[in-house]
Ligand binder design. Structure first.
Ligand SMILES: Cc1cc2nc3c(=O)[nH]c(=O)nc-3n(C[C@H](O)[C@H](O)[C@H](O)COP(=O)(O)OP(=O)(O)OC[C@H]3O[C@@H](n4cnc5c(N)ncnc54)[C@H](O)[C@@H]3O)c2cc1C
Length: 364
């Protein structure tokens, strides 16, 4: 079975790896090489149980998290390299009594669905995270959450894919069509055909015409993120609060995210974005005011109109599959997406999660 994957972000590379691991001959096409796009800016949090997720997104996220440990183990072994991946848990911080009550309600709802989540009072919080602002009154600890260091994951995914025979083609897909009854991708240099084509071009998926089918309704939502560094990790867990989050890596780096901006396809980092994130970081962890500034990145999150991914076969184009619209959760959902797509393309049956993400809900 020959497959072409359009887009080498985390979603496209995870799909390529999974297909190749199951025996397919895979080419991945991307004009920028691998791990660019939204993936490059991602915080890599694996956190499905946060407040505000729809029931469908929660179900997908939980299924995605369930697969992570095994996926990291397989990719790491196939690539022969380690990947920083830790289930540190998250702390969602309240500064007011009202916020604390809302967190308690959320904790009870999680407990009702079988997820252990614990409220920490101010004393417990300052003992477990002494670098946090003393304005933090309470926090909800959700132990199953964690993060993966995305650049390390991407290097390993690409390495594991190459070891399984994946070829990376540096080219821009201009159109997806049929050629002699096979699915095909047209680039400036050539038309490449295969048994199946998977459109996984993130925010750009809507701009690649698919013959006889409408384009997927995906729009870019820019997110900016900072990377700061202290000599020692200032936090032991991911912390949410004051409208943002911090992800502490083992080496003392801390990711501070993020903005959400409707600015079209503009991938710039802005002075205003950096200033707002720095203020947020210092408000939550005052010591970060003295941190080394390691960099800032911006990425375009691919948002579908119902904020759920679009995964599955095209109705009008046999041999064409969509895997896009992962919005804020593409890293969390990449292994699940890869197994859903591989099942479909290679005929391995359909998992129940597929019903939540089918392209035909948009007439695709
Ligand atoms: C600031 C920020 C923080 C985030 N934090 C998290 C988080 O903590 N956890 C989480 O799970 N998710 C997070 N996300 C979301 C996550 O990063 C995205 O959902 C995910 O990266 C989407 O991956 P993708 O492969 O679909 O798209 P992308 O990574 O955008 O990749 C799409 C690829 O398609 C390529 N492409 C474009 N046009 C073409 C073409 N014509 N032909 C071929 N290729 C093309 C692009 O070059 C790009 O490489 C975050 C995003 C941002 C911006």
């Amino acid at each position: 079975m020959q497959v072409i994957v359009v887009g080498a972000g985390v979603v496209g590379c995870a799909i390529a790896y999974e297909l190749a691991a199951r025996g397919a001959a895979v080419r991945v096409i991307d004009p920028r090489g691998s791990g660019q796009g939204a993936t490059r800016a991602s915080a890599g949090m694996l956190a499905p149980y946060i407040e505000g997720h729809s029931a469908a997104l929660l179900q997908l996220g939980v299924a995605g998290l369930d697969q992570y440990e095994r996926f990291i183990g397989r990719v790491s072994a196939d690539a022969r390299r380690s990947i920083e991946y830790r289930r540190t848990g998250t702390l969602q911080v309240a500064r007011t009594d009202e916020e604390a009550r809302a967190l308690e309600r959320h904790g009870r709802a999680l407990a009702d669905s079988g997820v252990t989540a614990t409220m920490l009072d101010q004393g417990e919080l300052s003992r477990s995270e002494p670098a946090l602002t003393t304005e933090a009154r309470a926090a909800l600890l959700i132990p199953p959450h964690g993060y993966v260091r995305v650049a390390a994951l991407m290097e390993a995914l690409v390495g594991a894919g190459v070891n399984r025979g994946v070829q990376l083609v540096v080219a821009r897909a201009r159109r997806i069509a049929h050629l002699n009854g096979r699915a095909a991708v047209e680039t400036a240099e050539a038309t490449l055909d295969a048994d199946a084509v998977v459109l996984a071009a993130g925010s750009w998926s809507g701009g690649i015409p698919v013959d006889t089918a409408p384009s997927p309704p995906v729009r870019p939502v820019r997110g900016q993120i900072l990377q700061l560094r202290l000599p020692q990790p200032p936090l032991s867990r991911i912390v949410w609060g004051s409208g943002g989050y911090m992800v502490p890596w083992e080496d003392g780096s801390v990711l501070v995210g993020s903005t959400a901006e409707e600015v079209g396809f503009d991938e710039s980092v802005t002075a205003d974005g950096v200033r707002r994130l720095l203020e947020r970081a210092e408000r939550l962890v005052p010591a970060l005011g003295g941190a080394v500034f390691e960099g800032a990145r911006a990425g375009l999150r691919p948002a579908s109109t119902d904020e759920l991914p679009i995964i599955g076969p095209s109705k009008g184009m046999p041999g064409v599959f969509y895997a896009t619209g992962h919005y804020r959760n593409g890293v969390l959902l990449a292994p699940l997406t890869a197994s859903l797509v591989a099942d479909l393309v290679l005929g391995g049956g359909e998992r129940p999660e597929l019903q939540l993400v089918r392209p035909d809900r948009f007439g695709l």
